[in-house]
Design a protein around this ligand. Structure first.
Ligand code: 26W
Length: 823
């Protein structure tokens, strides 16, 4: 059938009514006609599905209108390529952003269903590990809110980040199954499917005009099928698309193979195709280094680029306008192979000259770096690339030849500098460095906090920065205030609205108007009452999940994030042990009651991180049950940290632990979420803490510890850390207690090596920062005891969080990197 021309200014569907009656009727209708359930027997999951479908209907018209508008106006589109999107739950976000919370709640109440119960039933879409994935989710929401025509592209993992359970205090990983009840948010787009190839060989083809071009002939093919999810902006201003790819065999039943009698072979091949999008790699700092991971990276890069090019050609008919109409942001190096794939598409498939293609490529890509940890920088063996992506390997070599020539000619680099900018790492087996590839293929390379960007220029990319001094720029991370303030803390949002009006809902910088109320005793009382109520809620969660009783009047001292040695949960738990010793040694003193709350997952293969979880639980068991402590100190490790748990913990925190070894946390974004919700930060001068300190002022944050320079200096002089332990009896006693098995009588040697590392090299400066940390905690207790002072600080933290909104971050990306307008 010939395609009819599309008329983009045809009227969009009539928006659905948003009255309680209309919503109630539609939830019932959806329950009966879409879910197929009689209301008298419907289960909570059926109601959830029906409600999501009714809410979804109320964003469809805006979704279609948003997409039509981009076609009509020919505005530039932004594509955010990320192997991770840590979305969490979507229903409350969507309802709240289109203003449906109240009518839906009432409609459900009329049907005798509790909205809160349904919200808690929705599975978390945990298609990410941590900060990088959650940032991608916050960015999507901000891009919609700022009316940027944007798409998120990623993978529809069947199993997201593993579910964490505790077995005798050890982390156990269980498969996560977010799709078990189906996913009412997504639309499968069978028509948007692309072939992705692997392996095979490259064939030189002579064109009639004598030109030789290369043609990649893969020997393995599979299908990338699109699944679309609407991403609703604040006040429904715009609805963008998150397009996630699922891998399927080209011929789903492999009929030929099956019919020829090779039943097992047919099934194996189909399972192999689907394996690509089956699970998320659960490591957030060490590259998996496995072929399947590279397949994931290429699979989603290739499908996304094919989709982008198809859309561009459909609208503009020609690729020379690509950088004017398309901006592609690479979220870390995970999609970096896109640089070679776009070159292949331009040169091999569209006959564009190499030099022109390179200009188009650089004009189109931007690359964000999220970590400096040397072990986290991705590289792939040349041999693997040659086998899996032979044409891309050739392209990488050709790009590299051009870069090395420039380095020699333009910059006059010496051999070492040339080796540093090379895309090929020649040490220990030849490997392609994906950071270098992403860098040279992009017109913009950004870090995620001011400090991190400076360090990028000085360390990993020092020589590339010399070669291309205009490219590196900073874009300090942000968080969406919709999810991380308005939705997770409605009571605080209401209180703020009553005090300064509702302007801040649309422009979070307006929270500055709160600052003059910081010392107001009446406002302080209300602010503290909201915090107290949030703490009571968390008290119940701790009781339900851990059977630990804690008082909402205690100081809630919180560290929630991935478990990693550089994040120094170990420093925090050693502090707990030292505090435990002191409380028992000095029962006559007045102690500030404190609850240390931890949550976070460890990479399954990261032994020390898992051991630190066990240590926290071992310390908790002893401390929580020791009558000599009189409940003054409690330790709670909440299992299965995810976005939803964060939404419960963050509003209830008094103290936010951001204590990474200076120079190692690229930015941090949890720190910003706590700040928004009026917690005081205890932190090092690392990542975005540096900018938080600047925004909130020295009096409203507790900073301690070695600076980046001091850490570097100590590491370079292989000084023995033992002296800092010998100098500190408090630290020594705590370490000896842990190492000698006081908390692990069943296995007294369990922590010997972990603690031994602190005496030996102390790479993360746990021992050398301990005394400063202890003193900072004493300072915290002093501030807490002066509750007026504390409350004023808390209010000032909320008042000054505006800078850390992802709306600000996205405005900067839009203006400086993408060249697109924002609302
Ligand atoms: C290849 C294995 C791998 C996977 C993920 C290596 C590294 C990563 C990420 C880059 C880790 C990550 O999530 N980084 C975090 O990114 C956040 C958003 O920019 C920052 O706030 C955190 O400081 C940074 O650790």
């Amino acid at each position: 059938m010939p395609q009819k021309p599309i008329v983009y200014d045809a009227p969009t569907p009539q928006p659905r009514a948003t009255t309680v009656e209309a919503i109630q009727a539609e939830i019932l209708e959806r329950l009966i006609y879409s879910v197929g359930k009689d209301p008298i027997v419907a289960r909570p999951h059926d109601w959830l599905r029906a409600t999501i479908l009714a809410v979804r209907d109320r964003v469809m018209d805006r979704w279609m209108e948003s997409s039509r508008e981009t076609w009509r106006t020919s505005n530039k589109r932004v594509y955010y390529l990320s192997l991770e999107f840590l979305i969490g739950r979507l229903m409350r976000d969507a309802m709240s952003n289109v203003g449906l919370m109240e009518p839906v709640q009432q409609a459900l109440r009329n049907l005798d269903v509790d909205l809160g119960d349904l919200i808690n039933l929705e599975p978390d879409a945990a298609l990410g590990n941590g900060g990088l994935g959650r940032l991608a989710a916050c960015f999507l929401e901000s891009m919609s809110s700022l009316k940027i025509p944007a798409y998120g592209y990623g993978i529809r993992y069947v199993h997201g980040l593993f579910r964490q359970e505790m077995s005798e205090g050890w982390q156990v990983e269980l498969p996560e199954d977010w799709l078990a009840h189906g996913n009412p948010w997504e639309f499968e787009r069978r028509e948007s499917a692309y072939e992705v190839g692997f392996g095979g060989h490259v064939e030189p083809i002579s064109d009639p005009d004598g030109e030789v071009r290369q043609e990649w002939r893969p020997n393995e093919h599979l299908l990338a099928v699109a699944y679309d999810t609407p991403i609703v902006g604040w006040r429904g201003s715009r609805v963008n698309t998150l397009r996630l790819w699922s891998a399927q065999p080209i011929d789903p039943i492999l009929l030929d193979k099956f019919n020829s009698g090779d039943h097992i072979g047919a099934l194996e091949e189909s399972a192999k195709a689907e394996a690509i999008t089956r699970v998320l790699y659960p490591a957030d700092s060490t590259p998996a280094g496995q072929e399947l991971r590279l397949r994931q990276e290429f699979f989603f890069s290739s499908a996304s680029l094919q989709d982008i090019i198809r859309r561009h050609l459909q609208q503009y008919g020609d690729l020379s306008s690509l950088p004017d109409k398309v901006a592609i942001q690479l979220n870390d190096t995970h999609p970096a192979i896109s640089v070679a794939e776009l070159m292949r598409i331009l040169v091999d498939e569209n006959g564009i000259k190499w030099a022109d293609a390179w200009t188009l490529t650089k004009g189109t890509f931007g690359y964000t770096n999220h970590t400096l940890l040397p072990e986290a920088l991705e590289s792939w063996p040349v041999s693997l690339l040659e086998r899996l992506l032979p044409r891309h390997m050739q392209i990488v070599y050709q790009i590299n030849a051009d870069i090395l020539k420039e380095a020699r000619e333009k910059a006059g680099f010496n051999d070492q500098q040339i080796a540093n900018v090379s895309l090929i790492d020649e040490h220990g087996g030849r490997r392609v460095r994906m950071g270098q590839l992403a860098f040279v293929g992009s017109h913009s390379i950004n870090g995620v906090s001011a400090l991190h960007t400076d360090l990028m220029k000085q360390t990993v990319f020092a020589d590339l920065h010399k070669l291309y001094p205009e490219r590196i720029n900073n874009k300090t991370n942000g968080i969406t205030p919709r999810r991380w303030l308005m939705q997770c803390n409605p009571a605080l949002t209401k209180l703020i609205s009553e005090r300064i009006g509702t302007d801040f809902l649309d422009d979070i910088e307006k929270l500055h108007a709160l600052a003059p109320h910081a010392e107001d005793p009446g406002f302080q009382k209300q602010f503290a009452a909201v915090k107290h109520a949030n703490k009571e809620r968390l008290v119940r969660v701790i009781k339900d999940r851990l059977n630990i009783s804690v008082s909402p009047d205690a100081l809630f001292d919180v560290q929630i994030k991935r478990i990693h040695e550089y994040k120094r949960q170990l420093l925090n738990i050693i502090h707990a042990v030292a505090l435990y010793d002191e409380i028992r040694a000095h029962p006559e003193r007045t102690w500030v009651p404190r609850v240390k709350i931890f949550a976070g997952k460890a990479a399954p293969s990261y032994w020390n991180a898992k051991l630190i979880i066990k240590l926290i639980n071992d310390v908790a068991r002893v401390v929580n049950h020791d009558p000599a402590v009189r409940g003054l100190l409690k330790v709670a490790f909440l299992p299965n940290y995810n976005v939803s748990l964060a939404e419960t913990i963050v509003p209830a925190a008094d103290l936010s632990e951001q204590i990474s070894t200076a120079g190692m946390e690229a930015s941090g974004t949890g720190n910003m979420k706590f700040m928004a919700n009026g917690a005081i930060t205890i932190g090092t001068m690392d990542g975005a803490n540096v900018e938080m300190h600047k925004e909130v002022g020295d009096d409203n944050i507790v900073i301690f510890g070695m600076t980046t320079e001091e850490v570097a200096e100590k590491r370079s002089r292989s000084e023995v850390p033992r002296s800092s332990i010998d100098k500190s009896p408090r630290l020594r006693e705590a370490l000896e207690a842990i190492a000698s098995g006081v908390f692990s009588p069943d296995d007294p040697n369990r922590y010997r090596d972990l603690i031994g590392g602190l005496y030996d090299h102390d790479w993360f400066m746990v021992a050398r920062d301990f005394d400063a940390y202890w003193d900072a905690q004493v300072e915290v207790e002093k501030l807490w005891t002066n509750r007026k002072r504390w409350n004023a600080m808390a209010i000032r933290n909320t008042a000054n969080v505006g800078f850390f909104s992802s709306d600000r971050t996205i405005r900067q990306y839009a203006a400086d990197i993408w060249g697109v307008q924002t609302a």
